[in-house]
Design a binder for this molecule. Sequence first.
Ligand SMILES: [Zn+2]
Length: 323
Amino acid sequence: MTVDKYTYNQQEQRYEVYRSSPARRFGDAGIMALIGFALFAAYLLVSGSVFNAPTPKQLVLERRNARLMDRIEYIGQKASRQVDRLAELEMRDNKVYRPIFGMDEIPSAVRNCGYAATGRYAFLQQFTNAGFLTETLRRQDVIERKAVMQSKSYDDVEKMASHIEDMAKCVPSLIPVCPGSGITITSPFGYRLHPIFQSVFFHSGTDISGPRSTPIYAAADGVVTEVKYSERGYGNEIDIDHGFGYSTRYAHLLSTNVVQGQKVRRGDQIATMGSSGQATGVHLHYEVMYKSQQINPANYFDKNIDPRTYMTMVTPAAKINHR
Ligand SMILES: [Zn+2]
């Protein structure tokens, strides 16, 4: 059943049956569809933003989270700078401070040892920024570990520095024979042609020649560790341990006037020059060892020291036992 619609005709002053054309009917339906679609789209938009919008509490937490991340990043950057500064301190410690006192470098493997075990940072894996947090915490651990090691090294250096006077007395800095007429360095430290075997070999000491029975003095304070006749061609030989890694050897001696275990001071007469063992002439074969390695004795003594000054620094054998 259809219901007729009427419209009022003003000019003719009567009601007429309303006839809608197909085009008009289609137009009305299109407008209605558009309005419906617009309403639906608006609903989707509004409902979406309403349901997904963060709550005020979430907003506060998000802002706090962002601030925390900024702070962690700042701490991470600071840690990087501290690691760089510690690396400089380590370098100076290894290359300057420790060598002054004859201390070995601390290898980087030792300085960096510690938290190598995996799993230390596993608990961070539950967080969104696990990688970033792990790296930041790892840097902090590195700083802590290196700082502890550096502090320990400074303690050792300080201990050595407090013994600097003892150490200075133990460095073999006195040439063991008084320089003067008839005293010459005939063979320096290093490779040379052997005078007896006529072959190139390493000369582990310095040869100082002079008249037979020339007094020989201890190059530094120490303890006599050997007084013997050497089977290695050194003849009568004295070894002295000076401590702090230093020791000296005196060979081809004519006579000795110290005994094993005896404490000596720098300048104490310990022997006289001779040619015992495999020697082509009267001379002292003098060696300096530092941490069991033979080093050039001439780097330690002053061969141009004035003989009169030298004689004020030494004690003849006859006086040693009466002081
Ligand atoms: Zn020699």
